[in-house]
Write a protein that binds this ligand. Structure first.
Ligand code: NAP
Length: 323
């Protein structure tokens, strides 16, 4: 239990949280970062880039960089300026008044008190729940066409899902792949009419209706998928160079239910052009409040915004004589 409140506690350690940590540390705010801990549900300190191989669109790396190496560099940069890290996961918060309180595990006493909290717990791509996903993610299996589409020039690939994300990914992927098969578990798309029309109009997109992916094939790299007809149960193999899973995302916001305002889809609400949440002194950045762009560089940018917003909030409190 920390007896005196920290100026800034950061919850989450992807590009948003670590950028916030760099800026807060360089502003002498001595940030404490709860970086999370690995779990069987896919959580990992460092966020989604820890399960990404080549990152070729992060500015500053003309030859690309491996996702884990990029996050290790972010972390080292924050540590160099004095950010303190705890490899623990926050289990409970109380943002009903100052100081803000945060708990790890089942302890009665809070694990940290804070004047400001920066929430950067990220989001997760929903996955199919197949064993092979863990082995092949970043090795032909992807959840981000913007990030990985470039690797599939001239090849045949598939997208799983029938919503707007799946159509958007499939359309984007036609820039590279010779053929994109959309594998959907029903015979109707959930996507908006306009996205459906665009996908139907593409001569590079084919639809495999009423099929579910039952296995993803390949040891070192993805070689294909097994699919099963949802009506007849018939199975067959589809040889592929790549598979994009686009069945939705889930923000990591369960912890903040009842404490912070969120949209119906669970993403945190921040004020326009700001990282302020509905609770004074609590800021949110990165994918936890972004259901549109979801890029490492946009997350890092909003992490910088959150650090500046927190610093200014602390200054305003000081000027107003609240501390
Ligand atoms: P979504 O609308 O929830 O669609 C998810 C799709 O994945 C559905 O077709 C669903 O099938 C399928 N699916 C879900 N779980 C599955 C599983 N375990 N196995 C196989 N298929 C599965 O998610 P989204 O496409 O990510 O869109 C989320 C929100 O963002 C939507 O409101 C969407 O309109 C919006 N969005 C908009 C745009 C745009 O306008 N450009 C782009 C992206 C997202 P069923 O249809 O059978 O349920």
């Amino acid at each position: 239990m920390t007896s005196s409140p920290r100026e800034v506690v950061i919850v989450g350690s992807g590009p948003a949280g670590l950028t916030a940590a760099i800026y807060c540390a360089r502003a002498n705010l001595e940030p404490l970062v709860f970086e999370g801990e690995p779990s069987s549900t896919g959580d990992q300190p460092g966020g989604q880039l820890m399960i990404t191989t080549d990152v070729e669109n992060y500015p500053g790396f003309p030859d690309g960089i491996m996702g884990p190496d990029l996050m290790a560099a972010f972390r080292a940069q924050a540590a160099r300026f004095g950010a303190e890290f705890r490899t623990e996961k926050i289990s409970r918060v109380d943002f009903s008044g100052q100081p803000l309180r945060l708990w790890v595990g089942d302890d009665d006493a809070p694990s940290a008190l804070a004047r400001t909290v920066i929430v950067s717990t990220g989001a997760q791509s929903l996955m199919l729940g197949l064993e092979a996903e863990e082995r092949l993610i970043g090795r032909g299996l992807s959840t981000c066409a913007t990030c990985d589409g470039f690797f599939f020039g001239g090849q045949e690939i598939a997208v799983v899902g029938g919503g707007d994300s799946a159509m958007e990914e499939a359309l984007f992927l036609t820039k590279f792949a010779t053929k994109v098969t959309v594998i959907h578990r029903r015979d109707q798309l959930r996507a908006s009419k306009i996205m459906q029309d665009r996908a139907f109009a593409s001569d590079r997109i084919e639809f495999l209706w009423n099929h579910a992916v039952t296995d993803i094939l390949g040891d070192e790299t993805l070689e294909g998928v097994r699919v099963r007809h949802t009506g007849t149960g018939d199975e067959h193999t589809l040889p592929l160079a790549g598979l994009f899973i686009a069945i939705g995302h889930r923000p990591n916001t369960d912890l903040f239910r009842g404490s912070l305002a969120m949209k119906p889809n669970g993403y945190l609400i921040t004020e326009p052009d700001s990282t302020s949440t509905n609770v004074p002194g609590v800021f949110a950045c990165g994918d936890v409040q972004d259901d549109v762009y979801r890029q490492a560089v946009t997350a890092a940018g909003s992490g910088c915004m959150a650090a500046i917003d927190a610093e200014r909030w602390l200054e305003a409190q000081h000027d107003a004589g609240h501390r």
